[in-house]
Design a protein around this ligand. Sequence first.
Ligand code: ZN
Length: 294
Amino acid sequence: METSQFMVQLDVKITLFLKEKINPLTLSRLKSILVFFGIGIFLFFSVFIIKAEAADLDRDLQVTVPILLYHNISNDDSASNRYVVDVSDFKKQMEQLRKWGYSSITIKDLIDHISYGKPLPARPVVISFDDGYIEVFTTAFPIMEKLGFRGTVYIVANRLSADGFLTIEELQELIDQDWEVGSHGMTHTELTQNHNLVRNEILQSRLDLENALGVKIYSFAYPFGALDWYVSNKVYDYGYQAAVGVGTLSNHSIGTIYNLSRREVQGDYSLETFSGLLPWTNYAPEPVRKYKPE
Ligand SMILES: [Zn+2]
């Protein structure tokens, strides 16, 4: 509004000034040139202001996405502990997520949102599994598939196809259903105490998995959730776009992309404890089934 008033006033002044000296045709041409010149300068500075604001937004961008961490899903009582969630408990948890309107995304989808601004569905959740137990395929996958959920599974490269662990064929079927496969190291070694092993554990595990599965591996899960500055820098150097740890937060940003906080779902959690890990626990409209970004 102020700008247009200013332009009108300017126009009147220019007209009065020039009228006495120049013939009408030249006057109108001159006015046009001046107006275009003015608009040009205005746009030039506008672009700088908008760019500066966009940069600020990106740096502060916080996205709320709970990242759940499971290990094994089994009814095997002998193994019943923190790392084994009962099948019926897991089923109830997944059904509850559905009722609360969650749509599952992968870590890659989260990276694409944080780094490149790609859209996310309402109430996004990442459902991740560490260590690559075979039950992820035989037990968790059918339950999740029925509810339209995709998962992210972190594989220990030297356990690929080992007894009790996921095979290449099973992983390929998960990948076909839009799951993400990430690396959980070569041998599940604690890396902060073994800096000399990072090349094999972090880089070689990625190359081996990519070779075996024929897909790109984008993210790394720190064994035991343990990291330090050196280890997380190596994850970056060795070509990963993100890394996941263990924590208590559901907010993420570009600053936490190499230590994304995951909420561990332990074997003895009640449905109430489970709901305490989640940011949205009321009923919502029907979520997007099997959400997948373009
Ligand atoms: Zn692990």
